[in-house]
Design a protein around this ligand. Structure first.
Ligand code: IMP
Ligand code: MG
Length: 177
C-alpha cells in the first residue's frame, strides 16, 4: 500500500520542546542525579536528545517490552523482552517513552520499577494521546498532546520504518488506483 507522511510537528518545534523539558527536569532534580530508562526502540531518539539537555548528572539504561495478544487487539498485558542492565535500587528514575496511548505500558513499567527499589519514579513522554487512555496514567513530563492519529518519526515507526524522520508526521494511506 502506498503511504504518505504529512508533517504534524516540525523538527524545530520538537527540538524546542525537548529543550524546555530538559530545563524543567534539570530544575526539578537540582542537587540530585537522575537515571533515565528509555523504552526501546521508539524512545531512543527522544531520550538521547533529552539527555543532552539535562544539566544534572545523568545515567541511562533501556528496557524493551511488547504487548501480548493478536495483531489488532492487544490483551493489555505487557511482556518484557529486555530488562534493565543496571540496578535502580535507591535511584531517582525517569521512564522515557515516545508516546502514551492506552497507558498500559507505562503503568506496568512504573509498578515493575517500583518493585526493583527505585527511590522515585516519574514518567516522561514526547507525545500523549489522552483520548486513547484505558488505564489511569498521567505523565509528569509531556512534550505534546495530540489527537487520536497514528504518528511516525522521531523514533516512532510504522512497520519498522520512518523512525529516522527528524519531525513528527501522520501516516496517510493513499487509495490504490
Ligand atoms: P500504550 O501501552 O497503549 O500506552 O502503548 C504505547 C506504545 O504504543 C508506544 O510505546 C508505541 O510503541 C505504540 N504507539 C502508540 N501509538 C503510536 C503511534 O501513533 N505511532 C507509533 N507507535 C505508537
Ligand atoms: Mg514504544
Amino acid at each position: 500500500m502506498a503511504v504518505t507522511i504529512k508533517q504534524m510537528i516540525s523538527e524545530t518545534d520538537v527540538d524546542r520542546r525537548i529543550s524546555e523539558i530538559g530545563a524543567e527536569i534539570s530544575r526539578d532534580y537540582a542537587g540530585r542525579e537522575v537515571r533515565l530508562v528509555g523504552i526501546l526502540k521508539g524512545a531512543s531518539f527522544f531520550m538521547c536528545e533529552l539527555a543532552k539537555r539535562i544539566t544534572v548528572p545523568v545515567s541511562i539504561d533501556f528496557m524493551q517490552v511488547s504487548s501480548y495478544g493478536g495483531a489488532t487487539e492487544s490483551s493489555g498485558r505487557v511482556m518484557i523482552k529486555k530488562d534493565l542492565d543496571e540496578s535502580i535500587e535507591g535511584l531517582d528514575v525517569i521512564i522515557v517513552e515516545d508516546i502514551v496511548d492506552s497507558g498500559r505500558t507505562l503503568a506496568f513499567l512504573g509498578e515493575f520499577l517500583k518493585n526493583k527499589g527505585a527511590h522515585t519514579i516519574r514518567y516522561c513522554t514526547l507525545l500523549d494521546k489522552p483520548e486513547r487512555r484505558v488505564v489511569e496514567l498521567k505523565a509528569d513530563y509531556s512534550g505534546f498532546e495530540i489527537p487520536d492519529q497514528f504518528v511516525v518519526g522521531y523514533g516512532m515507526d510504522f512497520d519498522q520504518k520512518y523512525r529516522n524522520l527528524p519531525y513528527i508526521g501522520v501516516v496517510q494511506m493513499d487509495p490504490e488506483n
